[in-house]
Design a protein around this ligand. Structure first.
Ligand SMILES: C[S@@+](CC[C@H](N)C(=O)[O-])C[C@H]1O[C@@H](n2cnc3c(N)ncnc32)[C@H](O)[C@@H]1O
Length: 216
């Protein structure tokens, strides 16, 4: 288990009843089961991935604790016995599509633990619009990549522009903010001058990043 997966586990309570969507090797539910979670469902849209998950679960002797299901998002899943979704290691568009497809299936889901490969502002905004409040985030640095794990709890909220763009301010994220500032400054020097909307968006990120860094 690398630090990214350990971060996901940290957001789950032992009493949470968890569906891990896009489980792949089932590393997350296996770690949760070993830690004491007893209600776990591992799903994947690809049969090959789910078969690997099933053999890993069996190898660990956890087939009585972790159920498995082949499913595109929540399509084949009865969510009513669960209260928590984990969706990690997927693109933002896929994550949003899964959550938007059948909102009735989210009625019993109180917690979402999300780790998106991209489009973090759109993910934050879309999930807020679904009636969840961004509660906590954790930035994990693995290799040369920063991963952001987000925890949403059911509830209405207003997402400020800076939190939508950069996440919840955290003094321990200085290195991450500096990395983003370099990234956006570099991008600004490369964007064609006719893309005015893109330039405004980059400048807004730079403004908020400077504010975040100055507050550390
Ligand atoms: C890169 S892996 C991430 C695995 C694991 N969640 C993690 O964070 O390490 C993405 C997995 O999501 C699955 N996946 C992609 N789209 C999906 C969908 N619509 N529904 C369920 N699983 C999906 C893929 O088959 C793949 O196994």
């Amino acid at each position: 288990m690398d630090d990214r997966l350990n971060s996901l586990i940290d957001f789950i309570d032992i009493s949470d009843k968890v569906i891990d969507i896009g489980t792949d090797h089932a590393y997350v539910p296996i770690a949760l089961a070993k830690r004491g979670n007893t209600k776990l469902l591992a799903t994947d849209v690809h049969e090959n991935a789910l078969n690997i998950a099933i053999s890993n679960i069996k190898y660990n002797g956890l087939e009585n604790v972790i159920l498995t299901k082949l499913s595109d998002g929540l399509d084949n899943i009865d969510t009513s016995l669960y209260d928590t979704l984990v969706i990690a290691g997927m693109g933002g568009k896929t994550i949003i599509n899964i959550l938007n497809k059948d909102r009735l299936k989210l009625e019993c889901i109180n917690k979402l633990v999300i780790e998106s490969n991209d489009s973090l502002p759109i993910v934050r905004e879309s999930i807020t619009n679904l009636g969840y409040k961004l509660k906590r985030e954790k930035v994990t640095h693995v290799g040369n990549h920063y991963y952001v794990t987000m925890e949403f709890l059911k509830g209405k909220s207003i997402l400020s522009e800076e939190v939508k763009l950069l996440g919840i301010f955290n003094k321990s994220n200085r290195e991450y903010y500096e990395y983003l500032l370099n990234y956006y400054n570099d991008l600004l020097s490369k964007v064609p001058s006719n893309l005015t909307d893109r330039i405004s968006e980059i400048n807004l990120n730079i403004k908020y990043l400077n504010e975040y860094i100055n507050n550390i």
